[in-house]
Design a protein around this ligand. Structure first.
Ligand SMILES: [Zn+2]
Ligand SMILES: [Zn+2]
Length: 277
């Protein structure tokens, strides 16, 4: 008989000044927003981008951004829900994109994993593709970066993005694809945003991508409440835990973690068009 070991309660890494979390879902983390933002601040997190992945969630993301000076919002309809992108949703998202609190259009993209695993409730690939193209056009007209979600759709995604006009920046959030795709994405000027899975033991290839990427083309994110970094894999994630991912990036690049944090902080401002007071 095997006894399941209780999961350790996650704690932040050492205090690292200037950290950023480029993609999180505050509304899904549970607990009060102020507590999440405060705990992140205590761990050194200076700024974070919270993502609405449906119309209601995008409204919440904008509200959080209005409430907290160091929180910024990304707005879109998630590819799995692309069938919800009706005329009313398009009209509202167009308004949201013009809001100064909205710093990115996302997460949009392609997801074939859920088409396979839950076809009843998941938008079909052609519907996802049309929605992705619509979001690309929105990013361009709003002059905001495009934030891409990609799950088991590498080839289709790279084809659609190559055929579409280019937004000011393209972020591949929770980058989890093979090294060859990382190289192609970097050649195209995309930004790779690494989540907690870059710390997982078997993901040597992701760490190699994080090592070879120009530092100006890297972001880090929690994608909380998912993707908790080691040593807390499997527990609930939140922005205060981003330091573990920063330490991993610093180690593979042979850099001081403070220097990594400073560089990624600059990338956050540049990509999201954030000006600090
Ligand atoms: Zn995603
Ligand atoms: Zn996400």
């Amino acid at each position: 008989m095997s006894k399941k070991k209780p999961r350790p309660i996650p704690v932040p890494a050492q205090f690292i000044p200037g950290l950023i979390d480029a993609h999180t879902h505050l509304a899904s983390c549970g607990g009060d927003l102020a507590g999440l933002v405060e705990r992140a601040k205590e761990a050194g997190v200076e700024k974070l981008c919270t993502v609405g992945d449906g119309l209601a969630e995008a409204e919440l993301a904008l509200e959080a951004a209005q409430q907290f000076g160091n929180v910024f919002a990304a707005c879109a309809i998630h590819p799995t829900k692309a069938h919800q992108l009706d005329e009313a949703a398009r009209a509202r998202l167009t308004e949201m994109a013009a809001d100064p609190n909205c710093v990115a259009i996302g997460e949009t993209g392609l997801d074939t994993y859920w088409i396979t695993h839950d076809p009843e409730n998941t938008a079909a690939l052609d519907v996802q593709e049309e929605a992705l193209c619509w979001h690309v056009d929105l990013a361009i007209s709003a002059d905001k970066p495009l934030m891409i979600h990609n799950r088991e759709a590498d080839a289709d995604l790279m084809r659609v993005l190559a055929d579409a006009p280019a937004p000011k920046d393209t972020i591949l959030h929770c980058f989890s694809s093979p090294l060859e795709m990382a190289k192609e994405a970097l050649d195209r000027g995309y930004v790779l945003s690494f989540a907690g899975n870059v710390t997982f033991k078997r993901n040597e290839e992701l760490r190699e991508a994080a090592r070879i990427a120009p530092i100006s083309q890297i972001l880090i994110e929690t994608d909380a409440p998912y993707m908790t970094p080691e040593p807390f894999r499997g527990s609930r994630n939140e922005p205060s835990l981003i330091g573990h991912t920063a330490l991993c990036i610093a180690e593979v690049r042979g850099m001081a973690v403070e220097d990594v944090a400073a560089a990624l902080n600059e990338n956050f401002d540049r990509v999201y068009g954030v000006t600090n007071p």
